[in-house]
Unconditional design. Structure first.
Length: 333
């Protein structure tokens, strides 16, 4: 179990030990993804003895005693994140962290299912929709795109790909569209570094092959070079071939066997062999047998399993456990 997973498990146990009222107060201060992860961990948790709970509380108490009151300003946060993540990733994250008040209205969308969110924003101007989607997680934005008409979907993705940052006025406008209430105090804020080719590519990774092809064809008609640049930035299941053996082994430890079998049903022979050679001989033989005995699988099931594996891959990349390479050859983490 990774350090991140251990942290989630410990947090879930602590919330269960605190009880529903106290746990609810803590959860109020977390974002939807954090709540979802903790909820899943609590649901899966087996009964824990008194010793485990006492050990956890003791660990928390020691940490609390050692911790002194701290206060960080924007410059300190920026310096820490830049050193940890690099300029590009840090700037994207900081745009969301330090300017959260300007995107407060979008938070409500993060708690909605894709169909509901799409229905809520589909009648807004495509530029407003594009501005909203670049503030959501890539997979949620991709799911929302699926619920738009083809014309709107193509228009929005094209605007995302050509979006050169977001001005504060645009953030206020999208908040008006969602909440009808202006937020922010009018202080000076620089343009946020979100949107662009890579952002569009990340969203396209989650829309499915059919919609992906249609959207890229539309972009190609508008600007062939732009379409190629988006394609070069995309990381799809076949790009796992570019990961070294050690990285593949790391991925295989995190992926469920049933999910892997379905995903490989739609993979080419070279991809399968790369997986086989990074398993023990016995495990590879069993996987071959399972693939041979597995009957026909719907393409939608294959794509869904491959997407779940890609989510694992992206998480491992974000944790620094492996490095991905995009089709263009640049690091894609």
């Amino acid at each position: 179990m990774s350090d991140v997973e251990q942290g989630i498990t410990k947090s879930a146990l602590l919330l269960l030990a605190l009880g529903p009222n106290e746990a609810a107060e803590i959860l109020k201060h977390m974002n939807p993804r954090e709540v979802q992860k903790l909820g899943m961990a609590m649901a899966k948790m087996q009964p824990q003895g008194r010793e485990a709970i006492e050990a956890l509380i003791h660990e928390v108490a020691i940490y609390a005693v050692k911790s002194a009151p701290v206060q960080a300003d924007d410059d300190m946060i920026r310096e820490m994140m830049t050193k940890a993540l690099g300029d590009e990733r840090a700037n994207t994250l900081l745009a969301r962290v330090l300017q959260d008040s300007d995107t407060a209205g979008i938070e409500s969308l993060k708690w909605m299912d894709a169909a509901t969110a799409a229905d809520l924003i589909k009648n807004e101007h495509p530029q407003i929709i594009a501005t909203i989607l670049v503030h959501l997680e890539f997979d949620q934005a991709g799911e929302i795109l699926k619920h738009f008409t083809e014309r709107l979907r193509n228009d929005v993705l094209l605007r995302i790909a050509t979006l050169d940052g977001v001005q504060p006025a645009a953030l206020r406008e999208l908040n008006e569209a969602l909440t009808r209430v202006l937020s922010g105090s009018g202080h000076q804020i620089k343009k946020t570094s979100i949107g662009g080719v890579r952002h569009a590519a990340e969203i396209l990774n989650f829309v499915g092959s059919t919609a992906e092809t249609a959207i890229l064809d539309n972009v190609r008609e508008y600007d062939p070079d732009l379409a190629q640049r988006i394609l070069d930035e995309m990381f799809v299941f076949e790009n796992l071939m570019d990961i070294d053996d050690r990285g593949i082994q790391t991925i295989l430890r995190e992926v469920q066997s049933d999910q892997l079998i379905i995903a490989l049903k739609g993979a080419n022979p070279e991809m399968r062999e790369k997986v086989f050679k990074n398993m023990s001989q016995r495990a590879a033989e069993m996987l071959r047998e399972d693939l041979d005995s597995k009957g026909p699988v719907r393409l939608s099931e294959v794509e869904a399993s491959q997407k779940e594996i890609l989510k694992v891959v992206r998480r491992l990349a974000e944790e620094g456990q492996l490095v991905l390479s995009g089709k263009g050859g640049d690091d894609f983490v």
